[in-house]
Write a protein that binds this ligand. Structure first.
Ligand code: HEM
Length: 247
């Protein structure tokens, strides 16, 4: 066995734990959302009258943040910039976990770098809004600020590694591929990398307990996922149907 540093062992165990909490925690939350009854027909109108229309509406909501665009242009701009940047950055990171690298992940690489800046700019805008718009500051909780700070610190440490103090990304990849097949490889001794990874593990650990659950949650929102057909079909939750002797 290759000689392991304490940091390698700590990070290996940390990532196994964080991955388990993330996957099991989110699965448990989604299970809860899926089992929550929706007793009322409450699609936000005007709403689609077919299931295909609902799928299209949800797709526009998830990909373009359509309702936010109509509600608040500045919030939409910052939020969308952050989320698109995050999506590209995460896809770019797939290169650390796959061998050989999929062609489209290789193709995405240059966009992913700019996406890092878009992500940070979007987050900064969202945070400025929480700090300086009085109405929003009033309803902001410590966790709202903490999630923004955590994401911004992850982006900042990542960008610093990319542009200021390089880390050994070949060794980082070997470490993560090794974790996947339970064949641990040494993690480079690099403070900035430790910071980036520790913050990422923290993000994975808090995800199932945090407001970030809106990501899976949006698909379960009755006001977004219901078909507007109350006259054509009586809406009745399964548990309520069981109570009604006429059904
Ligand atoms: C276990 C998961 C992760 C690993 C192993 C990892 C590793 C790395 C490494 C090695 C770099 C430097 C890239 C280079 O020098 O070319 C980097 C950059 C970066 N990371 Fe991560 N990271 C992880 C998760 C995340 C997450 C969850 C985020 C966002 C929330 C993130 C955001 C960034 C950003 C914005 C950059 C700079 C731009 C770029 O190079 O893509 N990272 N990351």
């Amino acid at each position: 066995m290759i000689h392991m540093t304490a940091a390698t062992i700590v990070f290996a165990l940390l990532f196994y734990a964080a991955f388990a909490v993330l996957v099991l925690g989110v699965a448990y939350r989604v299970y809860g959302y899926a089992r929550t009854p929706a007793p009322l027909k409450i699609p936000t109108t005007p709403a689609p009258t077919t299931r295909g229309g609902v799928a299209l509406r949800l797709a526009r909501e998830v990909l373009l943040f359509e309702s936010l665009f109509k509600a608040n242009l500045w919030l939409w701009a910052c939020g969308w910039l952050f989320h698109v940047g995050l999506a590209l950055v995460l896809l770019r990171h797939l290169r650390y976990f796959t061998e050989p690298i999929w062609f489209w992940v290789a193709w995405l690489q240059p966009f992913g770098v700019y996406a890092g800046f878009a992500l940070a700019a979007g987050l900064a805008g969202l945070w400025v809004r929480r700090m300086f718009v009085a109405r929003v500051r009033y309803i902001s909780t410590p966790s709202d600020h903490l999630m923004l700070a955590l994401l911004l610190a992850i982006a900042a440490s990542g960008l610093l590694m990319k542009f200021v103090a390089h880390t050994d990304i070949v060794a980082v990849k070997a470490f993560f591929l090794g974790l996947i097949v339970f064949d641990w490889q040494p993690l480079p001794a690099d403070g900035l990398l430790y910071v980036h990874l520790a913050l990422v593990a923290a993000l994975m650990l808090v995800f199932p307990y945090s407001k970030l659950l809106h990501a899976p949650g949006v698909f379960f929102s009755p006001s977004r996922n219901q078909v507007d057909n109350p006259r054509e079909r009586r809406h009745i939750a399964a548990w309520a149907a069981g109570l009604d002797p006429k059904i």
